[in-house]
Design a protein around this ligand. Sequence first.
Ligand SMILES: NC(=O)c1ccc[n+]([C@@H]2O[C@H](COP(=O)([O-])OP(=O)(O)OC[C@H]3O[C@@H](n4cnc5c(N)ncnc54)[C@H](O)[C@@H]3O)[C@@H](O)[C@H]2O)c1
Ligand SMILES: O=C(O)[C@H](O)COP(=O)(O)O
Length: 526
Amino acid sequence: MSKVLVSDPIDQAGIDILSQVATVDVKTGLKPAELIEIIGEYDALMIRSGTRVTQEIIEAGTQLKIIGRAGVGVDNVDVPAATRRGIVVVNSPEGNTIAAAEHALAMMLSLSRHIPDANASVKRGEWDRKTFVGAEVYKKTLGVVGLGKIGSHVATVAKAMGMKLLAYDPFISTERAEQMGCQLVELDLLFQQADYITLHIPKTPETTNLINAKTLARMKPTARIINCARGGIIDESALAAAIKEGKIGGAALDVFESEPLGESDLRSLGKDIILTPHLGASTTEAQVNVAIDVAEQIRDVILGLPARSAVNIPGLGPDILEELKPYMQLAETLGNLVGQLAGGRVETLTVKLQGELATNKSQPLVVAALKGLLYQALRERVNYVNASIEAKERGIRVIETRDASARDYAGSLHLEATGTLGTHSVTGALLGDKEIHLTDVDGFPINVPPSKYMLFTLHRDMPGIIGKLGSLLGSFNVNIASMQVGRKIVRGDAVMALSIDDPLPDGILDEIKQVSGIRDAYTVTL
Ligand SMILES: NC(=O)c1ccc[n+]([C@@H]2O[C@H](COP(=O)([O-])OP(=O)(O)OC[C@H]3O[C@@H](n4cnc5c(N)ncnc54)[C@H](O)[C@@H]3O)[C@@H](O)[C@H]2O)c1
Ligand SMILES: O=C(O)[C@H](O)COP(=O)(O)O
């Protein structure tokens, strides 16, 4: 039975799903050394933001197939290291969207009305109504930085509260921003005009310290900043200084450069700052959502099925996956086949998408073809996650072409592999009930479903050759399940594709090549 380690607090709904297919150990609060010590036993690791999954941990996880992040941000996972090792990293892109958006809105209102400090004061026995005079958000300008899932929801609710909305997001269109009631502006203008600035962007090299002494200096002296996105987007010392010196009005922070927050000037800024311990996703509803979302994906990967929200498998969204799944199987089979026909070291793989496939998203098919191509070299170590990297590291050049006019089949895939021993090509399509058929080998038309053991010959189309080959195979007790010849002209060159029940015994391939009229022969295991 597979084993899953859950190293951060996860809702029971997720544990219940995992328990259907695996032994689940919940061990929270592990130190990195303790995690390294035990991770080698596990097939899957499920985390939130509390566990840092470093390269060292990934390397110690020799059995790991999947890392599941019950939340959005995977910045606590060394995704490139996982990708190199062929480990799928999945998250829950939408499970906590509403929770995080509502937390940002709650922070904005709390900051405006000094609710945390007023509450603390009453609890201390005071009745101070002067200190806590606040500001309304109605008719004020909210600058939304990052108009993705969370930013959009914040904008929609803020609009309903009568706020004027500015947004900065270089990756969305003016029309999309307008649908959300936002005016898309340059960041500088947003900083200058906003009364409230709310951040909903990932932490990237471009967004690190986006809010710094310089940008703070451009804001209104009353501006209030809300960060429920990621620590490190704001330079904390610069922010603390700006609030202390009255250069801005205040800030509400849920996330920090380093978590848990240690010694910090931020702690001593009174009612103009609100600090919460990374609570954006901490609602009962969000925790059930993300736990189920990620546990289902871990369960699927354990059962050998693809994950729907993998962050390190390009182009594999759930809708695309459903549509392309049978073609991915086709691409993988053809990749495996052409790799074996080419033998030696493959230097170039040309992937030609034909007919209706030419209009499809091709990246997953190319990845599947590479996975098949590399299977003989890497066996189970190659998967959809690392196939492209493995191919790149082996210097395999990939060329993608499209031919929407090819009409022999609704959609077909043509692979050509050129390597140290020459060039070979195969074409395949899905026929009938999505059954894979080989429709061409080395330019010779055939129509056979691939089987586990196959033999291909290139021979002269002449009488007697099929009989000779049949007798030779019979003398070695090799049973032929099916046989088909493909030729372009009568008595010219031809290809024979045989499905055989067992692998060819050693040495027989050389004897086949000696048969008069046979120019070459290849044995293939799929
Ligand atoms: N505090 C929490 O507990 C909590 C919970 C959930 C998500 N988050 C964080 O909130 C952030 C937003 O999450 P989301 O689900 O909305 O993500 P999302 O991917 O839906 O949206 C992010 C948006 O940021 C935009 N963007 C990227 N780089 C940008 C840049 N340089 N400048 C401006 N815009 C840029 C993107 O175009 C996108 O529209 C993430 O950092 C996520 O990790 C925090
Ligand atoms: O990226 C996220 O989903 C949030 O930061 C939430 O993190 P958490 O799951 O540790 O609360």
